[in-house]
Design a protein around this ligand. Structure first.
Ligand code: BDR
Ligand code: CA
Length: 325
């Protein structure tokens, strides 16, 4: 595909680790158009790994995108895989029939693929992770030098306030809290784009109608997908808009002015059954001296604390529509 978006001052080189998923599908299209997307790795999450991999390839097929797709981990470091069929349907991308993928995933597993991509250009690759963090954690454990090779990890996951799987825990982190803990402590710079901001980027019925009315192949497909996603969000969360989670992690790179950040220690809760998977963010703005106190020694991440949600959604919808021009 030839992206038609205006050239960025710098097209950030990224690898997208994802579990499509409706918002992941939007992220693939947005990344293809606005960033230098060197590959896609898939992980279990919204639906089993076979589905997330097929869905990633189907989205590539839909927009004519030819980047390597490597399948990764099918289960978390501890326990059994979850799923989000209640939101994304039994295929993970219910709501539209996407073209049958003509390409197969790479024979290579996502973990060595990711490591190789980072090693090939130290300091240049940004890893954008928008699913459970299992692939990333396994890669960091397999090759600890990876942390130094990556420019940064930008992840969609966690929350500074409410969760969506439990009152406190967000889905991606809750799927594999041990992996999340490895990633936050892994040594690479981490930026966390959590539910506290992605819930403010709401896809409304008007967006779905706009995609349908535009009449193109990609617009119609996304109208079907996002109509389904919105209906499930209404049914489960009683909200009138569906959160455009995953593309917000990419907007942190393409449109940094849309988000506000705070450096904060992030503790991933592993032990408490009630709070497991919670990202406890210390937003008190304590001094370094206070942070050194026992119990306040969690790894520091840059955490998104504000977003222009309406502008975020408009920019991503505009790229979906532009695929049909
Ligand atoms: C995250 O969970 C998944 O369902 C979405 O794709 C997103 O990555 C939001 O909690
Ligand atoms: Ca996702």
């Amino acid at each position: 595909m030839t992206p038609t978006a205006p050239a960025l001052p710098e097209r950030t080189r990224i690898l997208l680790d994802c579990d499509p998923g409706h918002d992941d599908a939007m992220a693939i299209v947005y990344a293809a158009r606005r960033l230098d997307l060197v590959g896609i790795t898939t992980v279990f999450g919204n639906t089993p790994l076979a589905n997330t991999t097929r869905n990633a390839l189907a989205v590539c097929e839909l927009i004519g995108l030819d980047v390597p797709v490597a399948a990764g981990m099918a289960a978390p470091l501890v326990g059994a895989p979850a799923s989000a069929a209640h939101i994304h349907g039994s295929t993970g991308l219910d709501g539209a029939v996407l073209p049958e993928p003509r390409r197969a995933p790479l024979a290579q597993h996502a973990v060595p693929f990711l490591i190789e991509q980072a090693r090939a250009a130290p300091g240049e690759l940004t890893l954008v992770a928008v699913g459970p963090l299992t692939n990333v954690a396994v890669a960091l454990r397999t090759e600890p030098r990876l942390a130094g090779w990556l420019r940064e990890i930008v992840l969609m996951g966690g929350s500074t306030d409410v969760g969506n799987i439990t009152p406190q825990a967000e889905f991606n982190i809750h799927c594999d809290p041990e992996a999340a803990s490895v990633v936050f402590a892994g040594g690479a710079p981490v930026r966390m784009v959590g539910l506290n901001v992605t819930r403010q980027a709401g896809i409304a019925q008007a967006h779905v109608d706009r995609l349908a009315a535009a009449g193109g192949r990609v617009g119609r497909a996304f109208a079907g997908l996002l109509g389904f996603y919105l209906a499930r969000t209404r049914a489960v969360y009683r909200r009138d808009t569906a959160a455009m989670h995953d593309p917000c992690a990419l907007l942190a790179l393409t449109d940094p002015g849309l988000l506000r950040w705070q450096d904060t220690p992030v503790h991933v809760e592993l032990a408490s059954p009630a709070l497991r998977g919670m990202t406890a963010c210390d937003l008190r703005g304590l001094s370094d001296e206070a942070r050194g106190l026992p119990g306040l020694a969690a790894p520091i991440a840059q955490v998104a604390v504000g977003i222009d949600g309406a502008a975020a959604v408009d920019r991503v919808i505009a790229e979906l529509l532009a695929c049909d021009r």
